[in-house]
Design a protein around this ligand. Structure first.
Ligand code: PMP
Length: 384
């Protein structure tokens, strides 16, 4: 059962085509790669390979030009009309958040400053901020959440003061899968406080407009969005003066990674982020509804699709759950033996509690209704 556009999409992923018995349900860890991205990388490495800005010969100049073009492409992909915002290629989200925290923020912090850190989000969006605060000896405050795992903007507003120097936030939660509604943060933060967005699970999954979200930094990884591992970017608004230049990046850029990112954005534009996000949400809702009918499972992050319809709508193709008796590790092994590849562990959350061990299913453009139903059948067999 595939929508017509989607049948064409699935056929473009060689690793998926080569393994018809396998359901890859771990796209939040990393996405599979479409042929167009692989072709672009191979073409670059066999016809255009050179270091950037290191020579006067055509290969080097073309490499420099394609890196600049990818910066412009990313600005427009993020709905940024300005040509002056900064785009810095980095190794990925972890690397980029560390650069914003330690190269940009930490040197500016002064005694009495405060930063707001989302402690229920991914550790990559916690630890660098805590480290920046530790180095500068300033106070860390905990981002407030509400019961739906959304940011609580009323309490946030009350926390903002003249010494608030940064709010760190996440676009889509990597365990609950909900869109964190970051467009609501600016009104709570006021016009002055920089907002840094971890878009690891949003970039390439749903439309992301920096104009609409009104944030100052967007950081993401290419590998979760159809590109190669080892490349990502920091987009930095320049409204507070010239965009920052992170230190220590005067080495050779990851040219083939940047080529893959450019080809991935082309692919995502062609396929349509709206369609992709609607598809992932629909599959996530089907899975959540199916789990709700099984007594042995508890879905994390929303009570029930019936009582919390809006929570289901906000899930971007990530559904995390536990079995009441079977450990998540065992569940992961059982599913794996059926060719169902899921993530079973603590999901990079330094956190105890309910997220400590659970099974995460994450979907993307190439995921199918049949895969979700196969998973539900396997889970139903363990229901009691
Ligand atoms: N933030 C979030 C929300 C994530 O899901 C991830 C990936 N698990 C990261 C940050 C870290 O991304 P990377 O490993 O690509 O640096």
């Amino acid at each position: 059962e595939l929508l017509p556009w989607q049948a064409g999409v699935r056929a473009q992923f060689p690793q998926i085509v080569a393994h018809p018995g396998v359901a890859y349900l771990d796209s939040a860890a990393t996405s599979q790669k479409p042929q167009a991205v692989l072709d672009a990388v191979m073409d670059y490495l066999t016809t255009g390979n050179a270091n950037a800005a290191r020579g006067t010969y055509p290969w080097a100049n073309r490499t420099t030009a394609l890196i600049d073009r990818t910066r412009d492409q990313l600005r427009s992909f993020l709905g940024d009309a300005s040509a002056r915002s900064g785009v810095h290629f980095v190794g990925g989200t972890t690397d980029g958040l560390r650069a914003v925290a330690l190269d940009w923020l930490a040197p500016q912090l002064r005694d009495g400053d405060e930063i707001i850190v989302p402690f229920a989000d991914h550790s990559a969006n916690i630890e660098p901020w805590v480290e920046a605060a530790r180095r500068a000896r300033v106070r860390v405050r905990a981002m407030p959440y509400d019961e739906a795992h959304d940011y609580d903007t009323d309490r946030l507003r009350a926390m903002i003061g003249p010494r608030t120097r940064l709010i760190a936030a996440t676009h889509v939660h990597h365990v609950y899968g909900n869109d964190m509604n970051v467009h609501r943060l600016r009104a709570a933060a006021g016009p002055e406080v920089p907002i840094c967005l971890d878009a690891a699970q949003g970039f390439g999954h749903l439309p992301l407009s920096v104009a609409a979200l009104d944030v100052d930094f967007v950081v993401f990884s290419g590998h979760k969005a159809m590109a190669l591992p080892g490349v990502g970017a920091i987009w930095a608004a320049n409204r507070r003066g010239p965009a920052f230049e992170p230190g220590g990046w005067h080495g050779s850029p990851n040219t083939s990674g940047i080529v893959s990112l450019s080809a991935a954005m082309d692919w995502l534009d062609r396929t349509g982020l709206d369609r992709i996000s609607r598809w992932s949400r629909a599959l996530g809702a089907r899975l959540t509804d199916g789990l709700d009918r099984l007594d042995s499972y508890a879905v994390l992050g929303c009570q029930s699709s019936l009582s919390a319809g809006s929570a289901v709508q906000r899930r971007q193709g990530i559904v995390t759950f536990r079995h009441r008796e079977i450990s998540s590790n065992d569940l992961g092994f059982i599913l794996e033996s059926d060719g169902l590849l899921v993530r079973a562990d603590g999901h990079c959350q330094g956190d105890q509690g309910e997220k400590a061990s659970s099974v995460r299913v994450s979907l993307h453009a190439y995921s199918t209704v049949e895969e979700v139903d196969r998973l539900l059948d396997a889970l139903a067999a363990l229901d009691r």
